[in-house]
Write a protein of this length. Structure first.
Length: 383
C-alpha cells in the first residue's frame, strides 16, 4: 500500500545524500512525516495541553505543582500518541494487501509506503521523548533518557529498510497505554477508588496481559525465526562454491507482474516492495543488525514480564497482610474486595511502567540512580 502522504520533492532531495551515507535508504520518503509527528507532539505538549487542561479541569490542573503539570502534559501526549499509532497500525495491518503477501525475506527487507508511515510516526514520537528527557533529565533521570534513545534508534534502523513488516505488529504493545494514562488522570482529578477507575483498571490489566505478554511474546518468537532463517539463507548462499559471484540475496523478492491489479496505484504498490533491494542484494544480513533488534526486543519483553510480576505481587500482598494490622476484624472485612484488588494491581502497574514510559519518576523522590533503574523501594509519597 502506498504512503498517502508523499514527501515534498525538495525535502526528499535534500535528505537523500546524508540518509544514503547512513544507509537509511527509505528515510527521505518519510522524513516529512517524522518532522510532522515531532512538531505535532511538541506543540501538543507545550501549547495545546496546558490551555485545554486549564479549560477542562480548572480546579485540578491549576492546583498541581509545576512538575506534576509537566507530567500531566506528557501523559496527554502519551494518550494521544497511543490512540493515533494504534489506529494507524490496525489500519495498515488490515488494509495493506502487499504486506499480507510478503514472503519470508520480504518480511525482513521488504518495504511499503504504509509501513514507512508507521515507522515515521513512531520515530517522531521518540524524538520528542528524547528531547523532553534530555531537557528534564534531573526529573526523569538517565534511565528514561536511555530508554527513549534506544527506542528512537530501533525505529530509525527500520528505514534501512529492516523488518518493516513487524512495525505495526509491535506498535500494538501500545494498546494498554490509553488505559494506563486514564488511570493516572483519574488519580489527579480525585477519582481514585471510583467505579470508573476500577473498570478501567480491569481493562488495563486484561489488555496489558493480552497485547504485551501473549501477543508480544508470540510475535517476538516469530520475528526471531524470520531473522534467523534470513541470516542462515544468506550465509549458506555466500559459502556455496557453486554460487561464486551470485548475489547472496538474489532470491529475496518475488516477481510480481501485477496481473490482478486494476489501477496504477496497485501496480506501484506491488513494485515498491523491492524498491530498495539494490542496496543490499549483493550482501548478506549483517550480524549486528538482528543482534541489536533482538537485544532491544528482549529488554522490552523482560520489562513486560517484570511489570506483570509486580501486579501479581500487589494482589498477593493483600492476602498476606498480617491480621494484627487490621484494626476492625469483622469477618466481612477480612477478605479484600475485587475492586480493591484490581485498583491495587493497576496502581502497581502504573508506578512500575511509568518509570520507563510516562515519566512518573518525575513525581517521586528516589534515593539513588541505581534504585530508580530497578524501580526501587525508596519511593516516597506522591504529590
Amino acid at each position: 500500500m502506498l504512503d498517502p502522504f508523499p514527501p515534498p520533492r525538495w525535502l526528499q532531495d535534500l535528505v537523500t545524500p546524508w540518509a544514503a551515507s547512513l544507509q537509511l535508504y527509505s528515510l527521505p520518503y518519510h522524513v516529512h512525516e517524522v518532522i510532522f509527528a515531532f512538531v505535532f507532539y511538541q506543540t501538543l505538549h507545550s501549547f495545546i495541553s496546558p490551555r485545554l487542561s486549564r479549560a477542562l479541569f480548572p480546579r485540578h490542573y491549576t492546583q498541581l505543582p509545576a512538575r506534576t503539570q509537566l507530567n500531566w502534559d506528557i501523559h496527554v501526549v502519551s494518550l494521544v500518541q497511543s490512540l493515533l499509532v494504534n489506529g494507524v497500525a490496525l489500519w495498515v495491518m488490515f488494509a495493506d494487501g502487499e504486506r499480507k503477501e510478503m514472503t519470508l525475506h520480504e518480511r525482513i527487507h521488504g518495504y511499503t509506503g504504509a509501513l514507512g508511515l508507521m515507522q515515521a510516526l513512531a520515530a517522531g514520537y521518540f524524538l520528542y521523548d528524547v528531547i523532553i528527557c534530555t531537557v528534564h533529565v534531573n526529573l526523569f533521570g538517565p534511565g528514561m533518557l536511555l530508554h527513549g534513545i534506544s527506542a528512537f534508534c530501533v525505529y530509525i534502523l527500520g528505514f534501512r529498510p529492516f523488518v518493516n513488516f513487524y512495525a505495526p505488529t509491535f506498535i500494538l504493545y501500545e494498546l494498554s497505554s490509553p488505559f494506563l494514562n486514564i488511570h493516572w488522570f483519574l488519580d489527579k482529578i480525585n477519582m481514585t477508588g471510583s467505579k470508573l477507575q476500577w473498570y478501567n483498571g480491569m481493562l488495563l490489566i486484561g489488555v496489558f496481559f493480552s497485547c504485551r505478554l501473549v501477543w508480544g511474546t508470540w510475535q517476538s518468537f516469530v520475528v526471531y525465526k524470520d531473522m534467523w532463517l534470513g541470516w542462515k539463507h544468506s550465509r549458506s548462499m555466500s559459502s556455496s562454491p557453486f554460487l561464486d559471484g551470485v548475489p547472496t540475496n538474489a532470491p529475496v523478492f518475488e516477481v510480481r507482474d501485477g496481473a490482478l491489479c486494476t489501477n496504477e496505484d496497485c501496480l506501484q504498490a506491488n513494485a515498491e516492495i523491492a524498491r530498495f533491494a539494490n542496496h543490499f542484494i549483493d550482501s548478506g544480513l549483517p550480524y549486528w543488525l538482528p543482534l541489536v533488534y533482538v537485544a532491544a526486543n528482549l529488554a522490552l519483553n523482560f520489562l513486560n514480564w517484570y511489570w506483570l510480576s509486580q501486579m501479581i505481587d500487589a494482589v498477593m500482598k493483600r492476602f498476606r497482610e498480617p491480621a494484627a494490622k487490621v484494626k476492625v476484624p469483622p469477618p466481612k472485612t477480612t477478605e479484600p474486595s475485587q475492586p480493591d484488588l484490581v485498583l491495587d494491581a493497576a496502581e502497581k502497574l502504573k508506578q512500575e511502567q511509568g518509570y520507563f514510559e510516562t515519566g512518573d519518576r518525575a513525581e517521586q523522590v528516589v534515593s539513588t540512580g541505581a534504585q530508580a533503574a530497578q524501580g526501587g523501594d525508596s519511593l516516597i509519597k506522591r504529590n
